[in-house]
Design a protein around this ligand. Structure first.
Ligand SMILES: O=C1C[C@@H](O)[C@H](O)[C@@H](O)C1=O
Ligand SMILES: [Co+2]
Length: 298
């Protein structure tokens, strides 16, 4: 891939998991960012151990050659919580702007089961026409608010949410304006659609509107356990659904080729939540960095 276009970041979720705070609670903020830098990454997303004051956070990152590239934001438009969502979004946008980030990765969490004990492959919500209308209207407004700071909003399609499958991503992209982007997450696309081909089809269809990429690998054997045992999303994570690129069953080379051909300019973020007691986060960060050097040439 073209090194002038793409930069590499890593998410803290491999060290401490915001969805499962008991995973990696022993890992400190300074250890996390020091290991990210030592493994050869130049960006990070934001985790729950990060100081939220840019005056504190920025110098701690800068001295390690790191910058903040995005932070997760949960929206609740479909259930009618527009005013609260917008209010919180503005605070979040201003924090990310102060940190120098350009994109704001959001997930529509109305009726989401990603943090519950429901079976992730069976019990996901499906939005009504009215829920779709509210969601699209909300994201169109977020895009305008982001533009006020020369930033862009993107939707993180996610397991267990109302915007997970190919059809749901298609509907979301069709109902929103072109200034609403997609955060493409390889792991969620593969997990939802069950195969490489469909995972790639989403990427290829939306290349012009993808402005942020999460690189997660998956273990098919664990997804099979999730299916057979009707496990929740988080139970799957604890068993090892996800791992770093190159360590699981996804073939990443066509992903890199498609992004490169489309002249993708932006961050690619290694994001591989697994139990740090089973998968040493620093070791896996180094492994991911080596894989990206070998296979993507970056
Ligand atoms: O981007 C993400 C953030 C996490 O909190 C989430 O659950 C994970 O799977 C993900 O892709
Ligand atoms: Co992600």
């Amino acid at each position: 891939m073209n090194k002038d276009n793409v930069r590499l970041a890593i998410a803290p979720i491999g060290w401490t998991n915001d969805d499962l705070p008991e995973l990696g609670n022993e890992n400190t903020f300074q250890q996390i960012i020091s290991e990210m830098a030592l493994a050869g990454f130049s960006g990070s997303e934001v985790g729950n151990k990060y100081p939220r004051d840019p005056a504190v956070l920025k110098p701690m990152l800068e001295m390690r050659g790191l910058q903040i590239v995005n932070a997760w934001f949960s929206t609740f438009f479909a259930k009618g919580n527009k005013a609260k969502t917008i209010d919180e979004f503005i605070n979040h946008r201003d924090f990310l702007h102060a940190m120098g980030a350009k994109v704001i990765g959001c997930s529509e969490q109305s009726r989401s089961i990603q943090g519950t004990d429901k079976a992730v492959l069976e019990d996901k919500p499906c939005f009504s026409d009215e829920e779709w209308r509210l969601t699209a209207e909300g994201y169109n407004q977020l895009a305008e608010l982001a533009a006020e700071k020369e930033m862009q909003v993107c939707l993180h399609h996610h397991m267990g949410t109302g915007i997970q499958t190919t059809e749901e991503i298609d509907r979301f992209m069709a109902m929103t304006n072109d200034n609403v982007y997609l955060l493409y997450d390889t792991g969620h696309a593969y997990y939802s659609e069950g195969c490489q081909q469909k995972m790639l089809a989403i990427l290829i269809r939306y290349l012009p509107r993808i402005n942020h990429v999460h690189l997660k690998d998956v273990r098919n054997s664990i997804i099979e356990q999730v299916r057979l045992e009707h496990l929740s999303f988080l139970d799957g994570v604890k068993r090892g659904t996800f791992t770093v690129p190159g360590d699981g069953d996804i073939d990443f080379e066509p992903v890199f080729t498609a992004l490169d051909k489309a002249n993708y300019k932006g961050w690619m973020v290694v994001e591989a939540e697994q139990d740090p007691a089973l998968a040493n986060p620093f070791e896996y960060a180094v492994k991911a960095r080596g894989y990206l050097r070998d296979k993507a040439g970056i």
